[in-house]
Design a protein around this ligand. Sequence first.
Ligand code: TRP
Length: 337
Amino acid sequence: MTDPRPMRVFSGVQPTANAHLGNYLGAIRRFVPLQDEGECIFCVVDLHAVTVPQDPKMLAAQTREIAAVYMAAGIDPARSIIFVQSSVSAHAELAWLLNCVARMGWLERMTQFKEKSGENAERSSVGLFAYPVLMAADILAYRATHVPVGEDQKQHLELARDIAARFNKEFKAEDHFPLPAPLIGATAARVMNLQDGTKKMSKSDPAELSRINLADSDDVIVRKMKKARTDAEPLPLDVAGLAGRPEVDNLVGIYAALSDLSKQAVLDEFAGAGFGVFKPRLADLAVSVLAPVREAMQVYLADPAQLDALLRDGSLKADVIARPILQQTREAMGFWS
Ligand code: TRP
């Protein structure tokens, strides 16, 4: 069913680490074509990052790096809003109001909190528990209609809908917050660890060979692709043959995402080839896609004053949208003003 509403897209990426292939293929690359479909707002969510400890000396650098990746990937700051979450105070203010709408029981069901807090939920920050409410505030502060997210964020988006619906009902403000719809890309690439296909590609893995950073040189990309773990069998003829071969599945998935093909189309192309053939082709493809992104990123990062000016401009534009929505929310709740 097509959504009749004019589209306002909101999404966010955390500045928790140096950007890698997973951030790019799984999220940022998929945002780019949305600019042709609606108004787009892309945020670097630093308030979410600090729900777990961050090195204060690194945080600002990582924030600029994600902003640079957005732009290097093709998000155009003249058409879309790119900004830093903590610089628009409506996010934190609305999050508090929504903390008083969301229920403990709803948050206790969040699987990401259970995973991230592990055995030690009692020692997690309160912020980590309330993380999904802040995410709801991000979206609702703009009355965003569509939110591109990976599978792992679907539950948080459902919570944002529940919070919006409860607010509208409790404060008898029908349609105050539109219910945001997820945009889960058909080829939403979940990029896995190159040495262990059962784990997500992540900055925190000590093995450099496990991931491709967006800052990696061409030579490093080629070497990491060559050393990626595989098995002794050739590529299967169809997608069903990828079952039980997580590393192979991951490399085929990366090839598919980099070339905008389905996994089956990739397997058709390589029908039964060995990795001696496939890996060099994958490495070439990765270099051809990533080198221009890296070079554009370096240009943005080389001029932090210019980058900061772009981000400040983004904050102003974001604030113009969010401020009146926050004000209307305050009024619906009966705050003095
Ligand atoms: N929680 C998201 C993630 O880790 C990031 C995020 C924060 C986000 N606020 C958002 C995504 C709002 C979409 C919309 O991937």
